[in-house]
Write a protein that binds this ligand. Structure first.
Ligand code: 6LW
Length: 530
């Protein structure tokens, strides 16, 4: 088997995975984006189809504002036990972190309302022991284990601080497994930056004492020249043939000095066992291109929607999102990392579109004739819910194109396309009205520096805007006829990176209407340039 990391490109951190027969299900963190926790399905571990989200209702989560990219839905764990899928997660929502479980019998949803747990901290995980007992692992002042009643969420007995790793900072992200008679406690250490790593310990009794693996860290890329950096936060699993694997997070910097703009992405690593301890990847390191003498299983029909590199033929890409299902609700198939054409001709939005915070009121209205954006009073740089839909940047080199119309606007209203990291870091091209005059503008914000850099008078109310990305720049252009494009302007990619102004997320491509603009999105394409 040959594959390329990341298996889930773009902002997909803290992966957790479970297998049910031949089916793998994987979830990743989402912070302030809604719906929360995308869930992906695969049978070959390389082609991942998004089947929905875990957190889709206000009754499951209330997202906090005030520190974009740092609050909200942190690292989840997904497990399957006796016909039920369990997803356990933290909403980091000062003044207290809320840890909770949601369950489903169909991982595509609907997931239940939360079962709230009596623990603070972050990074909860569940372990179902063979004797029927269920254990919670989590992180507050250290990594702890506590038996719980998984139906009610109540703690059974006291929590036990079990093992804090090898002495690096931020021991977190614990997962507990029972393998060949030992309990293995695997954690992340070193912080989620360049020093990140995965370490493991084992015990004969679930609450310990735990002995550290003699070759910790079992997974890290720190101190290597490898292109993937900051490897850590892993989850172990087997395929149907008994091969061991791990998924973990890592990032791909633009260049030196290391700055990354697509957030932390999901990687796949083969695992072998030697002397009772796991050996991950290439002697503990994760490479981009992996060739391993293994078979996961045979392919099935729906996996043929995208090829293994996440690339699609133009013909296939055209069909994605074009299938109108019953009552205008689409029969969606979206393979992570593939090209997309969205004709915005149905009354639902594909799950790869997200909102920032909960969509309130009627800000975004998908119709059979386009997505209507009803801009509220807020500008793009305000930390609020907005008339905005966004999808992850998944490739260094891409072109995203949107055809849109400004239907109505008060002064300063605008509709446009943005490469968006958070309210204080974003570049956008927009159709706007100032003093009754319509124009195309390029705006950039890097922290407290804000500028409207280009103003191009424009008389029509419909335009096609294009955003192209590369490792060096984000470049904007526009077209009247959708065929020939004229330049608007550009901005450096390095200033929209986690290291410059972000935290735990990656860049999104956002389509938005702000400051009371009423707009219609007519079509959208995202195409990787390979
Ligand atoms: C997550 C922690 C981590 O809770 O980053 O890299 C935090 N690991 O385990 C946010 O994703």
């Amino acid at each position: 088997m040959q594959y390329t990391n990341p298996i889930l490109p773009g902002f997909h951190p803290d992966p957790s995975i479970c297998r049910v027969g031949e089916d793998f299900y994987l979830v990743t963190s989402t912070f302030e984006y809604f719906p929360g926790l995308p869930i992906y399905h695969s049978r070959d571990l390389v082609t991942w189809e998004q089947i929905g989200h875990v957190l889709t209702r206000d009754s499951q989560v209330k997202l906090p504002k005030g520190a974009p990219n740092c609050l909200g839905i942190y690292a989840p764990t997904i497990r399957y036990h006796e016909g039920v899928y369990y997803c356990i997660v933290t909403n980091v929502a000062p003044p207290e972190n809320i840890n909770f479980i949601v369950t489903a019998t169909d991982p595509a949803g609907e997931w239940s309302d939360p079962i709230r747990l009596p623990f603070g901290g972050i990074d909860p995980s569940l372990f179902f022991d063979d004797d029927g007992r269920v254990y919670y692992t989590g992180t507050d002042s250290g990594v702890f284990i506590c038996e719980i009643n998984v139906e009610t969420g109540e703690a059974i007995g006291e929590k036990q601080y079990a093992w804090n790793g090898t002495g690096a900072n931020n021991p977190e992200g614990p997962h507990l497994y029972k393998i060949n008679g030992y309990y293995y406690l695997m954690i992340a250490e070193g912080g989620t930056e360049l020093g990140h790593m995965t370490t493991i310990a084992r015990a004969k009794v679930v609450l310990g004492p735990y002995e550290s693996c003699p070759h910790n860290p079992i997974l890290t890329n720190r101190g290597t020249e490898l292109p993937i950096k900051a490897i850590g936060h892993a989850d172990l699993f087997t395929d149907v043939n008994g091969n061991w694997w791990a998924v973990c997070l890592g990032n791909r910097p633009l260049s030196y000095p290391f700055r990354h703009n697509m957030g932390r992405e999901t990687m796949l690593v083969p695992v072998e066992w030697k002397n009772g301890w796991p050996v991950c990847g290439n002697n503990g390191h994760v490479e981009e291109s992996i060739s391993v003498d293994r078979v996961v299983e045979k392919k099935t029909q729906h996996m043929l929607m995208g090829n293994e590199a996440g690339c699609m033929s133009d013909e296939t890409a055209k069909n994605i999102g074009a299938n109108e299902g019953v009552n205008g609700v689409r029969d969606w198939h979206y393979i992570a990392g593939s090209d997309v054409t969205d004709k915005f001709n149905t009354t639902d939005l594909h799950p790869s579109w997200n909102y920032i915070y909960h969509p309130t009121g009627n800000l975004v209205e998908p119709t059979k004739d386009g997505v209507l954006l009803h801009g509220n009073q807020y500008a793009l740089n305000e930390d609020e819910s907005k008339a905005l839909i966004c999808r992850r940047q998944e490739h260094f080199d891409f072109a995203a194109t949107v055809k849109l119309s400004l239907l109505n606007s008060t002064d300063e209203g605008e509709v446009g396309i943005s490469v968006y990291m958070n309210p204080r870091h974003h570049y956008e091209a927009a159709l706007t009205v100032v003093n009754g005059m319509c124009s195309i503008v390029l705006k950039r914000q890097i922290g407290s520096l804000k500028a409207t850099e280009v103003v191009i008078p424009y008389t029509d109310n419909t335009v096609t805007l294009r955003l192209e990305g590369s490792k060096e720049v984000y470049r904007f252009s526009y077209s009247v006829d959708g065929e020939s494009y004229l330049p608007i302007g550009e901005g450096e990619a390095q200033y929209l990176t986690t290291e410059v102004g972000g935290c735990f997320t990656g860049n999104y491509i956002a389509l938005y209407a702000a400051k009371h603009a009423e707009a219609r999105l007519e079509s959208f394409t995202y195409k990787a340039c390979r």
